[in-house]
Design a protein around this ligand. Sequence first.
Ligand SMILES: Cc1cc2nc3c(=O)[nH]c(=O)nc-3n(C[C@H](O)[C@H](O)[C@H](O)COP(=O)(O)O)c2cc1C
Length: 168
Amino acid sequence: MKTVGLFYGSETGNTKSAAFMIAAELGENNVEVHDIADTNPESLLSYDNIILGAPTWGFGELQNDWENFLPGFDELDLSGKTIAFFGLGDQVNYEDVFLDAMGTIHEKVRERGGAIVGSWPTDGYDFTGSTAVENGSFVGLALDVDNQDDLTPDRISQWVSKVRDQFQ
Ligand SMILES: Cc1cc2nc3c(=O)[nH]c(=O)nc-3n(C[C@H](O)[C@H](O)[C@H](O)COP(=O)(O)O)c2cc1C
């Protein structure tokens, strides 16, 4: 597997923690982790395998760093890149807009030509609406550390073992 570029934004540290758990699962030598607050969208182009991680804030909105980072994707050609997502949200307090930021980012990546991998079943979650669901599955790994933190390690390990087979 070629080196994975993992890019995350995080307001209160939950997505950052998940990013480093995913990196540990992939193996530290296989991945380079970037906080999007300290890098620019062009740095995605250094990798053929990319993971994008985002929490949802506001009411179904992007986290602040993602607000600044995502518009730069309009200048990127992501064809030839294999891209997976993970999102953090709260299915109890934001059941109608659970993980919507992951849906927003997924939509943009598709528009820019990325090959998307790493969908995840909706079984085991209880919510009413999410733009991160397509054809009955989440478009990436769904994490809810506010309500189901005990499930996070297993979800990460299962998801990583699946996406690593789909990376280049
Ligand atoms: C003010 C506020 C707004 C939030 N809005 C949403 C939301 O619209 N949808 C959702 O799924 N989660 C929402 N969440 C939950 C966060 O996404 C969740 O706590 C996440 O783990 C935060 O990740 P971070 O620490 O990396 O920023 C919200 C949380 C807060 C405190």
